[in-house]
Write a protein that binds this ligand. Structure first.
Ligand code: NAD
Ligand code: TYD
Length: 336
């Protein structure tokens, strides 16, 4: 049993990871999250009264706040999800991306070193490797060549983690994963946006020619990989996780429409994203061989399950879209 400090646990992947730890281990979990627009405590309604769970509202880039959290909680392990995560927002303004993703990560590394945290798991992305042509895969040896302000900020944070290992001999592992989908994903990302728009009969905005390729992984498979990297990963190593499910965006959108029984006339081609990466594809063989991990979901099965989840949890995403979800913290935790 360990004390695990999860950052960004009110977001999409972090909340799925917190649930996995509470249900599938005896670890204690402290969720540190600033509750930006992407943080939603309604993602954790079923966990909030768990005896091994605590929530702290705090900003990872605030060194004094992190000092207080580490002094009070003395975590054995940090699993670091907190980030600004949406490429389109980083195109509009990269300031928060540098602050949270780069400075926030460095603040956490500093506190983990001072308070002698045993292990630091840094959750990163395939997007740090840049864009692929029609063939080839990203391996852990692929050079870092980020193209968007988002991926550049994540690559910078990866390098700060690498430096902490080499300079301060910290026990850090870096995980890099492909595009996630599943329950509780904020409806600004492709799959939940398309599901919610289609359910409301709104247009589905497809960027460019719709032929960009992403390697889709179910969020539970990603969380299982992070847990294995946390438990068995070697200090200083990088582990890639992918879903073995490369699909063109247009294929994904059409599949969502088919599952919802909606017509393809809802598809609306819009101006391409500036600097839009063409293709991502992950080689996960290192994680499979050394961590005994493999994705359990097929894309078609996982997408069917995800569409059903958004149908059954319409209130969840309607409250996100209306902004009502932002009142939940005040209601549950008081005006702190
Ligand atoms: P998300 O945007 O859904 O959640 C991010 C969370 O971080 C939110 O709860 C937000 O409130 C919190 N946060 C933001 N700034 C903060 C700050 N300064 N201090 C404290 N908390 C803060 O993101 P996600 O999709 O769950 O991604 C989680 C992590 O996984 C990120 O590091 C991301 O780069 C990485 N990742 C995501 C994907 C994906 O497909 N979504 C794929 C690979 C890696
Ligand atoms: P996104 O979910 O934003 O993830 P990322 O950019 O990190 O891969 O986008 C996935 C793909 O879908 C990407 O190629 C951009 C495209 N996309 C659209 O075509 N329309 C949209 O409205 C969005 C949000 C994304």
């Amino acid at each position: 049993m360990s004390k695990i400090l999860v950052t960004g646990g009110a977001g999409f992947i972090g909340s799925n990871f917190v649930r996995m730890l509470l249900q599938g281990s005896d670890h204690h979990v402290v969720n540190v999250d600033a509750l930006t627009y992407a943080g939603n405590l309604e993602n954790l309604v079923d966990c909030e009264r768990h005896e091994r769970y605590a929530f702290v509202k705090a900003d990872i880039a605030d060194a004094a706040a992190m000092d207080a959290v580490f002094a009070a909680r003395r975590p054995d392990v940090v699993v670091h999800f907190a980030a600004e995560s949406h490429v389109d927002r980083s195109v509009l303004d990269a300031t928060a991306f540098v602050r949270t993703n780069v400075i926030g990560t460095q603040v956490l590394l500093d506190k983990a070193r001072v308070f002698k945290t045993q292990r630091f798991v840094h959750v990163s992305t395939d997007e740090v490797y840049g864009s692929l042509g029609a063939s080839g895969y990203f391996t852990e040896e692929t050079p870092i060549q980020p193209n968007s302000p988002y991926s550049a900020s994540k690559a910078s944070s990866d390098l700060m983690v690498r430096a902490a290992v080499h300079t301060h001999h910290m026990d850090c592992v870096i995980t890099r994963c492909s595009n996630n989908y599943g329950p509780f994903q904020f409806p600004e990302k492709l799959i939940p946006l398309m599901i919610a728009n289609a359910m409301e009969g709104k247009k589905l905005p497809v960027y460019g020619d719709g032929k960009n390729v992403r390697d889709w992984i179910h969020v539970v498979d990603h969380c299982a990989g992070i847990k294995k990297a946390m438990e068995q990963g070697r200090a200083g190593e990088v582990y890639n996780f992918g879903g073995d499910a490369e699909r063109e965006n247009l294929f994904v959108v059409k599949e969502i429409l088919r599952l919802l029984g909606k017509g393809e006339d809802l598809i609306h081609y819009v101006k391409d994203r500036p600097g839009h990466d063409r293709r991502y594809a992950m080689d996960s063989s290192k994680a499979c061989a050394t961590l005994g991990w493999r994705p359990a979901h097929t894309f078609e099965g996982g997408l069917r399950e995800t569409v059903a989840w958004y149908q059954q949890n319409r209130q969840w995403w309607e409250r996100v879209r209306s902004g009502a979800y932002q009142d939940y913290y005040k209601q549950q935790y008081g005006a702190r």
